[in-house]
Write a protein that binds this ligand. Structure first.
Ligand SMILES: [Zn+2]
Length: 267
C-alpha cells in the first residue's frame, strides 16, 4: 500500500515534468516552431528562463503567475496543463498497476509509458483545439502511433499478438467509418461536418479502447459536448477536447461503464 502510494507520487511528479514539456508543444507547434530549440523564453521580453523558473507548478506559484523579468502575466494554462498531466499519469498508473506485479517487466513499463504518452498528446491536442479550433497533424499522428505501439507492447507482454492486429484493425475501421460518415453528411448537407483531425483522433480512440469502446466513448463525448454547444450558440465549439475526455473516462472506468451499458440494454 505504502509502496503503491510512493510510486503513484513519483509518476505524478514525472507527469508534471512531461506536462511542462507539453506547454512547449502547445505553444510552439501551431506556430510551426521547433519544440527542442531554442530553450524556454518569455514571449513578451524574450529573456531566457533560468532552471528555477522552469519548475512545474512551483515556479508559476512562486512568481505569482508573472514573468520574472518583465512581470508580464503568464497564462494559467501553464500550471493547469502541468497539473492535469500529473493527475492523468497518476490515474493511469493506478489503473494499470495490477499489470506490473512482480517482477516488474519491461513490457509492462513500456506499455504504461506509451499509454501515458498517448493521453498527454490528447491533452496537448485539446488545449491547441481550444485556442485555434484546429490541431497540428504532427501531434495528432504522434498520438495514433503511440496508441498502436501501446497495443503492440501489450501484445508483447501477454504473448497474444492477435491483440496488436486487432487494435490496428479497429483503428482503421473507426477512422474509415467516421471519414465515410463525414463524407456522406457533407454531401447531404453541403457543409463540412467533421475535419480530418477528428478522423485521426477516432483511430487513436479505437486503438486504445477497441471498437465497442470507441462507440461508447464517442457517445460520452457527445453528451459532454451538448451543454457547451448550447451555451456557445454561434461560436464554434472545439470537439477534440470532448473526444479526449470521453476517451479518458472510458479508459479509466471501462468496467463500471460497460456494466451500466449492459444493464441499460439487457435490463
Ligand atoms: Zn518577460
Amino acid at each position: 500500500m505504502a509502496e503503491t502510494l510512493i510510486w503513484t507520487l513519483g509518476v505524478f511528479l514525472l507527469g508534471l515534468i512531461v506536462g511542462s514539456f507539453l506547454n512547449v508543444v502547445i505553444h510552439r507547434t501551431p506556430r510551426g516552431e521547433n519544440i527542442a530549440w531554442p530553450g524556454s523564453h518569455c514571449p513578451k521580453c524574450g529573456e531566457s528562463l533560468r532552471w528555477h523558473h522552469n519548475v512545474p507548478l512551483l515556479s508559476w506559484l512562486a512568481l505569482g503567475g508573472r514573468c520574472a523579468f518583465c512581470r508580464e502575466p503568464i497564462s494559467k494554462r501553464y500550471p493547469l496543463v502541468e497539473l492535469l498531466n500529473g493527475l492523468i499519469w497518476a490515474a493511469l498508473y493506478l489503473k494499470l498497476t495490477p499489470q506490473f506485479h512482480h517482477p516488474i517487466e519491461t513490457a509492462g513499463i513500456l506499455y504504461f509509458l506509451l499509454i501515458a504518452a498517448t493521453f498527454s498528446a490528447l491533452l496537448a491536442l485539446s488545449m491547441i483545439d481550444f485556442e485555434y479550433l484546429a490541431v497540428p497533424d504532427s501531434v495528432n499522428f504522434f498520438a495514433l502511433a503511440t496508441a498502436l505501439l501501446a497495443a503492440a507492447a501489450h501484445a508483447w507482454q501477454t504473448g497474444e499478438w492477435a491483440l496488436a492486429l486487432q487494435a490496428l484493425k479497429d483503428a482503421a475501421l473507426a477512422a474509415g467509418g467516421l471519414w465515410l460518415l463525414a463524407w456522406f453528411i457533407g454531401k447531404a448537407t453541403g457543409k463540412e461536418a467533421m475535419g480530418g483531425a477528428d478522423v485521426i483522433v477516432a483511430g487513436t480512440m479505437a486503438a486504445l479502447l477497441g471498437l465497442p469502446g470507441f462507440f461508447v466513448a464517442l457517445f460520452i463525448s457527445a453528451i459532454l459536448a451538448i451543454l457547451p454547444s448550447l451555451l456557445a450558440r454561434d461560436t464554434m465549439v472545439p470537439f477534440v477536447p470532448f473526444l479526449a475526455m470521453g476517451t479518458l473516462i472510458l479508459y479509466l472506468l471501462d468496467q463500471p461503464i460497460f456494466h451500466l451499458v449492459e444493464h441499460l440494454i439487457y435490463g
